[in-house]
Design a protein around this ligand. Structure first.
Ligand SMILES: Cc1cc2nc3c(=O)[nH]c(=O)nc-3n(C[C@H](O)[C@H](O)[C@H](O)COP(=O)(O)OP(=O)(O)OC[C@H]3O[C@@H](n4cnc5c(N)ncnc54)[C@H](O)[C@@H]3O)c2cc1C
Length: 237
């Protein structure tokens, strides 16, 4: 089978029930009891004021009454990090029930390759053309050899769940990820390196690519909540 090498991640919002009004209706039960679903009479200023208050005071639960489902295709090493976020629901393709496709991540020329400094205090720099070449060659050679061995075992009748053991963590896998707005903010606070963050994080670039696409989609669905998150230092409530 022909091998595919690529550098991006795919993130597609497949369904959602998520709006700024979901935050308001959940919060209003505190003071008005039930039947507060209708918020049409609220001015944008009032909505924005309440959401900003909830964000600032870290009243987190009103942000849980929303839901977004994404289809994500990313390398397995990204999934290892992503799955640490327990406040999300996952269904991933199975290497036991299907033959894994020969699709592999390889860093592109924009990926910073060289780490300067020690753990906890370092920066990344681009790297020389030689370092990029050796990286590209090594990824391609290792993946090609691994996939040949995988196919060899499958052809000999070895079970998929055994044969997959030779495939590298740079192999792409896909999953549905479902989360609410509060879980989204927790994810974004940790997986984006934003200079305006009160608690800067330094995620691996490839999971940050996923986070960037999540944030774009979420900001369109809940623009007022997103603005309040940014204005309050990107701290998850
Ligand atoms: C830059 C970076 C480097 C990292 N390096 C490492 C590393 O070297 N090794 C490593 O193992 N991990 C590492 N991690 C993973 C990290 O420790 C977290 O597991 C991951 O970011 C998920 O965060 P979370 O627990 O807040 O998310 P979620 O699991 O989604 O949880 C969301 C929130 O729910 C609450 N919560 C969830 N479960 C519990 C629980 N059982 N008890 C109490 N509260 C709970 C917490 O408030 C939590 O913040 C790293 C993460 C980042 C961003």
């Amino acid at each position: 089978m022909e091998l595919e090498f690529r550098s991006g991640v795919d993130v597609e919002l497949v369904k959602s029930s998520a709006a700024d009004s979901d935050v308001i209706f959940a919060a209003r039960v505190s003071t008005q009891g039930e039947r507060t679903r209708e918020v049409a009479e609220d001015t944008e200023k009032a909505i924005s004021g309440l959401i900003n208050f909830l964000m600032r005071e870290r009243h987190g639960s009103p942000f849980e009454h929303s839901v977004m489902t994404f289809y994500v295709k990313a390398p397995i090493f990204v999934w290892r990090e992503h799955m640490r976020h327990r406040i999300a629901s996952y269904n991933e393709e199975s290497g036991r029930y299907r033959v894994l496709e020969p699709c592999f991540y390889v860093p592109d020329e924009d990926r910073k390759l060289v780490q300067i400094g020690k753990a906890g205090a370092y920066t990344f720099e681009l790297g020389t053309p030689e370092q990029h070449k050796i990286t590209d060659d090594s990824f391609r050679e290792a993946c090609t050899q691994a996939y040949q061995q995988y196919e060899k075992m499958l052809a000999a009748g070895v079970a998929r769940e055994v044969a997959r053991g030779v495939l590298p963590v740079t192999t792409y896998s896909s999953a549905y990820v479902t989360m609410n707005a509060r879980a989204m903010m927790n994810f974004l606070s940790l997986r984006r390196s934003a200079p305006d963050s009160h608690f800067p994080s330094y995620p691996q670039r490839e999971i940050e690519l996923v986070a960037e696409k999540y944030e774009d989609a979420w900001a369109k669905l809940m623009p007022i909540t997103h603005s309040a998150f940014v204005a309050n230092g990107r701290v998850a409530p």
